[in-house]
Design a protein around this ligand. Structure first.
Ligand SMILES: [Zn+2]
Length: 443
């Protein structure tokens, strides 16, 4: 397939912008070539040629931390007094919701969440799943949803001691089972796994040690919430006189394959350790605002060399909203309108792809020969000059607000002309709504 007449943002090594470009996609779902329009190769007999009439073509977006199981909570009513802090939000909403989920809810919530993400131009999601009363096999149902919608995913199950030792063992086993199955089959690059842990404050040493031991032979990193709220820090200090970062490092959970979501309440020593051990931190600004847990020290972490990517924590499918929230929070925190643009740009567009590349060992997030053809077409026709030096301003004030016309993952359409072409979006929503009704009754 060849896309012609596109404004191409390559995000390649020289960050080329082509005002009138063409991009060829190979049958194996990788990019075959990137050309100025006049140098574009002639299509082979039978090859599809798409004239995109000046639309913007850029790499699909990546969400490095989300919870698809939260989708069916949309509009749910919480009984009793409204939660007043992070722990109450967990106890009154998320830990009740996850216990109420059955296997079919897991699949339905993922289908809805994945269609939403795809329509916002997100081609890769790193998910963190929990359904304690429907744990064994839950990652298979999630995988089924990823495959049906056709977007890329990294899956894990949230191991925790908060539901007792039997459930903790089940969580561990679900990660091991899924990772072993993935290792035993040739990878098609669509679905990968990590080893899920909830957070330091709901995990005892015995379970953490068992998870580290079990993960040794599986070749996957841990995906864990770290210092999201102050309660995680207080609990780790009381338990072992360490910070959550220090505790998880000493137990062997955090290494260069690990994804540490949030890291809001980290001190200078934690930041130095996150950088030194090359741990992948994922910032989730809108969720942090919504839960009123604090503002991550994004600038300090990046100044000290920590690799920080961007996620949504299930708050929104739209990564550009996270991009904007991250920027605004840092400006407010420093009370300086000049800060944050380089860091937020790096987190969303460069670091997220580095994290995804580390997991898959494939080239993602750039348009150059050999890279995966995960692409979006955007209805953005710049009213001012656009070049590689002013991309940030165009993203913030233009591209972020423009409709996503199409999403391709591995060179295959998932969204085309703003419609999901892999599954029937309306039928999925109707089915999900009937499951949500029953779920809310059990909640
Ligand atoms: Zn989370």
């Amino acid at each position: 397939m060849i896309f012609q007449n596109a404004r191409v943002l390559t995000f390649d090594a020289t960050n080329r912008v082509l005002d009138r470009g063409a991009v060829a996609i190979r049958h194996d779902g990788t990019i075959g070539g990137v050309y100025e329009a006049e140098n574009a190769p002639r299509a082979a007999p039978g090859e599809e040629v798409v004239d995109v009439r000046g639309k913007l073509l850029m790499p699909a977006l990546i969400n490095c931390h989300t919870h698809l199981y939260s989708t069916l909570a949309r509009g749910i009513a919480l009984p009793g007094r409204a939660p007043r802090n992070f722990l109450e939000i967990l106890k009154k909403l998320w830990w009740r919701l996850d216990r109420a989920l059955n296997e079919e809810d897991v699949y339905q919530s993922a289908m809805v969440g994945l269609i939403d993400a795809a329509k916002c131009g997100v081609g890769t999601l790193v998910d963190h799943h929990s359904s304690p009363n429907a744990c064994p096999g839950s990652l298979d149902r999630l995988e089924q949803a990823f495959r049906e919608v056709g977007v890329r995913g990294v899956l894990c199950y949230e191991t925790t001691d908060r539901n007792g030792p039997v459930r903790a063992r089940e969580g561990l086993r679900e990660n091991v089972r899924f990772l072993e199955r993935l290792r035993g089959q040739p990878s098609d690059g669509l679905v990968a796994g990590s080893f899920g842990l909830h957070a330091s404050f709901t995990l005892g040493d015995r379970t953490l040690r068992a998870c580290v031991e079990a993960a040794k032979s599986l070749g996957a990193g841990f995906h864990v919430h770290v210092a999201e709220d102050r309660c995680d820090v207080v609990q780790a200090r009381q338990r072992v006189r360490k910070s959550p970062v220090g505790r998880l490092l000493d137990l062997g959970v955090l290494d260069e394959r690990a994804l540490a979501a949030h890291c809001v309440h980290v001190n200078a020593r934690d930041i130095a350790q996150l950088a030194c051990h090359r741990i992948n931190v994922v910032h989730n600004p809108q969720s942090n605002c919504n839960n009123a847990v604090g503002t991550a020290k994004l600038l300090e972490m990046m100044e000290h060399g920590v690799l920080v990517g961007l996620g949504s924590d299930g708050y929104s499918p739209r990564m550009w909203e996270e991009f904007k929230a991250a920027l605004h929070l840092q400006k407010l925190r420093r009370r300086d309108p000049h800060v944050g643009s380089a860091e937020v740009y790096a987190a969303a567009l460069l670091n997220n792809r580095t994290i995804a590349q580390k997991i898959w060992g494939m080239q993602l997030g750039q348009i150059e020969p050999g890279a995966q053809a995960d692409l979006i077409l955007v209805d953005y026709y710049p009213p001012t000059p656009l070049h590689s030096e002013n991309l940030f301003g165009h993203i913030l004030f233009g591209i972020a607000n423009a409709p996503v016309d199409s999403l391709l993952v591995r060179g295959r359409y998932v969204i085309r002309g703003k419609e999901c072409v892999t599954v029937d979006e309306r039928a999925v929503a109707e089915k999900a709504a009937s499951h949500a009704r029953a779920l809310w009754e059990r909640f």
